[in-house]
Design a protein around this ligand. Structure first.
Ligand SMILES: Cc1ncc(COP(=O)(O)O)c(C=O)c1O
Length: 336
């Protein structure tokens, strides 16, 4: 389904021409890279070299037969070097407003530099703005789509975060000259799509509930994020460093001492707690940092508090194990 310029995007994406609704981001990325759609847009997206960190999108791109190349990310977001442009990518996948999983935000200057370099290389950009509604600060920067002078950015948004994942609704904002081919390609790939859910969501928006819901949930998530930060600081202090926290439903913590994050995650899981190890997100295993990605989207404050001792115990056990192997210096990593 293609909507005209809507209130959903007009604030963040000046120049937005049309919205194409599809099921889930993964399907969109898949359709962007699939032979059906890419054939329609003259092969621009096939055989691309995409440089990404997120594992979900990476798997989808690879499944479509693309070669993916990682690009370094620091506290300020995606940080390509001159070397990265030596073999220019044909497609760049990036989540500039909240890099996943670090949560870092790409500021205006590197956004403009990325657009200029992509233009120079003739590369397309997929801008995944997956949690733009859940911002806790005023650091929102203009989207790449809105900043782009050449119309070579495809903007993705999803209702998985702001509503719930089971809804399986996402949208893409396309440059005007691509809307037609994507409309046809999307209809070929997904037929009618999820029309009932789209209609209900459209009513939900038209009647003003969507805006109220966003405001209410932002406060709820902000409260959870604050509790998580305070608990982590109280229990682990200097042993871990948070990353991001400006937006979204998860918080990343780096370990400041050598602890096997996959072991922490396995131990926590045996005690009923899901923790994602940072190391699993890396495409290249050199210079992997260890840490934990802690999601709080579906976890009320009381459960965050009751989960903390379990996490602390898993970290403490792993810290002791690494000390036993002579990896960590003495001292405590977790308290209670
Ligand atoms: C980086 C990123 N992009 C997009 C999404 C949304 O994906 P979907 O719309 O398939 O639920 C997620 C969900 O967790 C995500 O982590």
């Amino acid at each position: 389904m293609v909507f005209g310029r809507s209130s959903l995007t007009s604030r963040r994406i000046p120049g937005c021409q049309a919205l194409v609704m599809v099921a889930r981001d993964a399907s969109m990325i898949s359709s962007l890279s699939s032979s059906t759609v890419s054939g329609m847009v003259s092969g621009i997206i096939t055989r691309c070299t995409s440089r990404i960190l997120i594992w979900g999108a990476r798997n989808v791109l690879r499944a479509a037969g693309l070669v993916t190349m990682p690009i370094a990310t620091d506290d300020a977001g995606m940080a390509p070097t001159a070397l990265d442009w030596e073999t220019p990518p044909r497609l760049i996948y990036v989540s500039p407003s909240s890099q996943y999983p670090t949560g870092s935000v790409l500021s205006l200057e590197p956004r403009l530099a990325l657009l200029a370099a992509a233009d120079e290389a003739g590369a397309w950009i997929i801008e995944d703005d997956y949690d733009n509604e859940q911002r806790y600060d005023n650091r929102a920067v203009a989207s790449l789509f809105g900043l782009a002078r050449k119309q070579r950015v495809i903007y993705l948004g999803t209702f998985s975060k702001v509503m719930f994942p089971g809804l399986q609704l996402s949208y893409m904002v396309l440059p005007e000259d691509l809307t037609n081919v994507f409309q046809i390609g999307n209809a070929e790939l997904y037929r009618g799509g999820r029309l009932i859910e789209q209609a209900v969501l459209a009513d939900f928006m038209a009647e003003g509930y969507f805006t109220t819901h966003i405001k209410r949930m932002r406060q709820v998530y902000r409260g959870r994020c604050d509790v998580l930060c305070a608990e982590m600081e109280r229990r682990h202090g200097g042993a871990v460093s948070p990353s991001g926290g400006h937006a979204g439903l998860q918080l990343l913590y780096h370990f400041n001492c050598p602890i096997d994050d996959t072991m922490v995650a396995s131990l926590a899981l045996t005690r009923g707690l899901v923790v994602r190890p940072l190391s699993m997100y890396y495409q290249e295993k050199a210079n992997v940092r260890q840490g934990m990605n802690l999601g709080y989207g579906g976890v009320p404050v009381e459960r965050i508090e009751s989960a903390m001792p379990i996490l602390a115990q898993a970290i403490e056990e792993q810290f002791r194990a690494s000390r036993g192997r002579g990896l960590a210096s003495s001292g405590r990593v977790a308290t209670s």
